[in-house]
Design a protein around this ligand. Structure first.
Ligand SMILES: NC(=O)c1ccc[n+]([C@@H]2O[C@H](COP(=O)([O-])OP(=O)(O)OC[C@H]3O[C@@H](n4cnc5c(N)ncnc54)[C@H](OP(=O)(O)O)[C@@H]3O)[C@@H](O)[C@H]2O)c1
Length: 325
């Protein structure tokens, strides 16, 4: 079928394109062209989705039957897609757990939990707005994947890449003294292939699109990083109060780490519907190993989303925290 990817040239969208081609679709991407070109074999359409005229102009008579939307961040982007694409057979949208007004800290008990309904121009409220507008335009044909942590190759957010690079450098590595903290994630390839399948089948409604609660732990993930990189890193657990007192920012400086009070509920997300709809759960070791293989590619992979702070613990902060331990 003719499948349009809104996005497709950075991280998750790249995997969507790969999956859609592998499933035999005729694929087009719609992007501004800022993040580079889509892979070979794809019809590259260009324009800014915040501009109401851009998508109809770029389509120029090419009528998509299916849509996978990985690039929606603004309200106009959602409104314009709803106006231009309401006739498609299936539309799979990438939302976020941030669409829930109570998450974080959560927990998320199910897809009926309340979502944002405020006019704020913020990530979560914008995703919730997009879900409402597109859902109304495509009744019974709109699936919204409220994604949790997405990991894999082409990761331009660079949380797992930072851990892999830091642990590969070896020596004494500051880690939170919270290694039993549960973590759930979804491999970008698994989410991408599943989004394409959901669009094909015209499945509708919201789905918490992440791995099962407690599928691994922070310690399990970091240990896997050590195994995969083969370094001699010594993980040095530092108590939460010392990290916070030193100015370590949870999630940013030590990716995946949340203070215990938040972690207990933030990772507690009901994914029953995702399991029923067949969202795969790949072994964490595979995701980590494949991300490491991609990072070590030639040329070295440094992709990073412009405007986002670089994750990772600044070296001076790490030195201070290690002193005397
Ligand atoms: N990473 C996570 O852990 C995580 C968690 C939850 C949800 N999500 C969601 O998952 C989605 C995946 O993001 P991704 O970056 O991996 O997707 P992607 O499709 O690989 O990359 C984003 C695409 O959007 C295009 N784009 C950006 N602004 C645009 C505009 N105004 N008009 C047209 N195209 C535009 C970019 O191309 P150009 O720059 O060339 O325009 C790029 O191709 C996002 O919606 C994110 O909110 C991610």
């Amino acid at each position: 079928m003719r499948l349009l990817v809104l996005g497709g040239t950075r991280f998750l969208g790249r995997h969507v394109v790969t999956a859609a081609l592998a499933r035999g679709h005729e694929v087009a991407t719609f992007t501004r062209g800022v993040s580079g070109a889509p892979p070979e074999g794809v019809r590259a359409l260009y324009g800014d989705r915040d501009d109401p005229a851009a998508l109809p102009r770029a389509l120029d008579g090419w009528a998509p039957e299916l849509v996978v939307d990985t690039s929606c961040q603004t309200r106009p982007a959602a409104d314009n897609a709803a106006a231009a694409l309401a006739g498609v057979r299936g539309y799979a949208f990438t939302s976020s757990l941030n669409a829930y007004s109570g998450w974080p800290p959560g927990p998320v008990r199910g897809e009926d939990d309340p979502v944002w309904d405020t006019p704020d121009d913020d990530y979560g409220p914008n995703k919730a707005h997009a879900e409402r507008v597109l859902g109304a335009a495509l009744p019974g044909r709109f699936l919204t994947a409220r994604a949790g942590l997405v990991l894999g190759s082409h990761d331009n957010v660079r949380r797992l890449p930072w851990w892999l690079e830091r642990i590969a450098r070896g020596g004494r590595v500051v880690v939170p003294d919270a290694l039993e903290q549960p973590i759930a994630l979804v491999d970008a390839r698994d989410l991408a292939g599943w989004l394409v399948a959901m669009a094909e089948d015209g499945v509708s409604g919201p789905v918490n699109a992440t791995g099962p609660a407690g599928m691994t732990t922070l310690g399990g993930l970091l240990e896997t990083c050590r195994e995969v990189t083969g370094g001699d890193a010594e993980l040095v657990p530092v108590p939460e109060e010392d990290l916070l007192a030193a100015g370590v920012e949870p999630w940013l400086h030590l990716p995946f780490w949340l203070p215990w009070e938040t972690a207990a509920t933030a990772w507690d997300v009901d994914t029953t519907r995702a399991r029923e709809l067949g969202l795969p759960v790949r072994p964490v070791g595979e995701t980590v190993a494949d991300t490491w293989a991609w990072l070590r590619g030639d040329p070295p992979r440094q992709a990073r989303r412009a405007g986002l702070p670089e994750p990772g613990l600044p070296a001076e902060l790490e030195e201070t925290l290690l002193a005397g331990r």
